[in-house]
Design a protein around this ligand. Structure first.
Ligand SMILES: N[C@@H](CCC(=O)N[C@@H](CS)C(=O)NCC(=O)O)C(=O)O
Length: 220
């Protein structure tokens, strides 16, 4: 495969370290055994004209392969990698479609509610509207996680093996690390820990955190 480059931030505040979505791509590339380079973005670089040509929303991650295949959206990038790696995707068509189903469930059915809660807690905790809204948002997250826990009962992973869907789902659950919500579902807590115990995850996290450590601003 041609040379792969992914975008990532040089530094983010501690509440976001270990959660920035380039982690998903790093993890997928580690599972697939594919080497990559990083294109590191400092403050404001993600809104430059040049970067917006690559990632129109000015977000990370973005992905480039062979100097031409430019992708964005962490889910699409992980899918692109998974399509070519048995480590992330079964080889049979039905198994692939099942994995994709759970990838969408992670990003489209569960992550929006998790993000709503994270937005309240990390950026608006002191606002009256946030205090009023939070209980209903927590309830919605718990309802989604209850169903997920039921699906995972008696299984190690969402299907009968680890796939890109588990990779995405575990990263979604990790975004609740500032709460006790996942710990309230022992099946999900065990699933999260199972994902985080994978060598590829550990390598991806170590590499993301190393960049932040190297670029910590003097005032932080
Ligand atoms: N749906 C996008 C979301 C990407 C995203 O929210 N990235 C955050 C970091 S985790 C970001 O770049 N935030 C800066 C911004 O939105 O300006 C994906 O999954 O790639």
């Amino acid at each position: 495969m041609s040379e792969i480059t992914i975008s990532a931030f040089k530094w983010v505040p501690p509440f976001a370290q270990g959660l920035v979505r380039d982690l998903r791509v790093r993890w997928a590339l580690e599972e697939a055994g594919l080497p990559y380079r990083t294109h590191l973005l400092g403050l404001g670089d993600n809104k430059s004209e040049a970067y917006l040509q690559w990632q129109p929303f000015g977000q990370v991650p973005a992905y480039q392969e062979g100097g031409h295949c430019e992708l964005f959206e962490s889910g699409a990038i992980v899918y692109h990698i998974a399509r070519r790696s048995e480590a992330l995707m079964p080889t049979d068509a039905e198994g692939q479609s099942r994995a994709v189903t759970w990838m969408f469930a992670a990003l489209n059915t569960i992550e929006p509610h998790v993000s709503n809660l994270a937005t309240i807690d990390q950026f608006n905790a002191d606002q009256a509207w946030a205090k009023a809204r939070r209980p209903a948002v927590v309830e919605m997250v718990q309802a989604r996680l209850k169903t997920l826990a039921e699906q995972l009962a008696g299984r190690e992973y969402l299907e009968n093996r680890f796939t890109a869907a588990d990779l995405l789902m575990v990263t979604v659950l990790r975004a609740l690390r500032h709460t006790d919500i996942v710990r309230g579902f022992p099946v999900l807590e065990a699933y999260r820990l199972r994902g985080e115990a994978r060598p590829a995850f550990k390598k991806a996290l170590t590499d993301q955190m190393a960049v932040f450590a190297q670029n910590t601003p003097a005032a932080a």
